[in-house]
Design a protein around this ligand. Structure first.
Ligand SMILES: Nc1nc2c(c(=O)[nH]1)N[C@H]1C(S)=C(S)[C@@H](COP(=O)(O)O)O[C@H]1N2
Ligand SMILES: [Mo]
Length: 351
């Protein structure tokens, strides 16, 4: 892992891991926390998930209680809002991630809807707020809490996971429970989830009202210095694709076709197509898509470039999702370094 920060722990997945398979192994999965007070051990028997607020009855559920609910499983990409921030031009502040603050896993647990039904959501509820066992290091700092609209929370896909890739959640990825919000940026995927509060008015706390907001313009893309736009809480992910078997600045054999492979994801929907270009985007040719592990999963792809003459070359790759959204040719820019999904260009030598 690439150590970005020690307290709180920020670990980035080395990019070559994405070439090894469609699911990211738990021990290579990136890690991100906002505050450094994180329990280093949890008593699984004593742990309780509390559901309260605008509900018929407050409930406090043990892990055993939760395991009696119908089991739900989904493959989904967990991507930090700031994935690729370290590559923004001009530079922006925040964790300087390259492309490795993302990962794909099969999440197992229960539907959030079923948990909310245990407490009985009262008429007039509008949002649901989530928080975990981690705490700020100083009293004045805001505890990490995120909220979803009630309809979203009850859509039957938003879930509370107790397992990741068939094993219990690693502590750093949220043991014993975490929220999984398929298709949405991971800021909402609250780890060590211990508290669910049903709200009868919109969440006005720091992590919704001030932090994690994006310019309300297509692709969250603005010009440096631009003003006069509204902001909204970050939300759905957008399509991305990466070649994983070549390195930027690497080399291939001249005079023979170049095999390409990589990963793509559609964001808040599936992958429709992946295409390559060897001529700076003048012409595009289709990649072959690998097995479909589910709408929100990474999808593998393969393709090849014709035999190349000795010298410098570049390959571009782009994904179009099933809503028809395609990656932009220009890199995305905003002051927070969020939502990068510009088309990746890999430069290499044929020799
Ligand atoms: N309790 C808690 N959950 C959290 C956070 C946090 O600071 N505390 N950070 C969020 C953010 S911004 C990200 S990117 C993901 C990272 O998930 P991972 O560490 O499992 O990769 O956790 C989310 N859930
Ligand atoms: Mo994040």
């Amino acid at each position: 892992m690439i150590l970005q920060r020690t307290r709180p722990p920020l670990l980035e997945t080395p990019f070559e891991v994405f070439d090894e398979g469609v699911f990211t192994p738990n021990d290579r999965f990136y890690v991100r926390w906002h505050w450094a007070s994180i329990p280093s051990a949890i008593d699984a028997d004593a742990f309780r998930l509390k559901i309260h607020g605008h509900v018929e009855r407050e409930v406090s559920l043990s892990l055993k209680d939760i395991a009696t609910l119908p089991r739900f499983e989904i493959a989904a990409v967990n991507q930090c809002s700031g994935n690729s921030r370290g590559l923004f031009e001009p530079r922006v502040s925040g964790a300087q991630w390259a492309n490795g603050s993302m990962g794909n896993a099969r999440w197992t647990g229960v539907r959030l809807k079923d948990l909310l039904d245990k407490a009985g959501v009262k008429a007039g509820a509008v949002q649901v707020r989530f928080s975990g066992l981690d705490e700020p290091v100083v009293d004045e700092a805001p505890d990490f809490k995120k909220s979803l609209d009630l309809d979203h929370a009850r859509n039957g896909e938003v879930m509370v996971a107790y397992a990741m890739n068939g094993a219990q959640l690693p502590l750093l990825n949220g043991f014993p429970l975490r929220l999984v919000v398929p298709g949405w940026y991971s800021t909402y995927w609250v780890k060590m989830l211990s508290d669910i509060e049903v709200l009868d008015k919109p969440d006005e706390l720091y992590w919704m009202k001030t932090a994690y907001r994006i310019p309300d313009v297509p692709g969250a893309n603005i010009k440096p210095g631009q003003t006069g736009f509204k902001t909204v809480p970050i939300n759905r992910m957008v399509p991305r694709s990466f070649v994983t078997n070549l390195r930027d600045g690497g080399s291939v054999k001249a005079g023979s076709p170049v095999a390409l492979r990589g990963i793509a994801f559609g964001g808040d929907c599936g992958v429709k197509s992946v295409e390559f270009s060897g001529d700076s985007g003048a012409s595009w040719f289709p990649a072959e898509l690998g097995a479909d592990e589910g709408t929100y999963s990474f999808r593998r792809f393969t393709g090849s470039l014709p035999a190349l003459a000795a010298g410098s070359h570049a390959v571009m790759v782009r994904c179009t999702n099933t809503n028809g959204l395609v990656q932009p040719i220009e890199a995305v820019w905003n002051t927070n370094g969020f939502m990068q999904n510009g088309i990746e260009t890999l430069r290499f030598q044929a020799a």
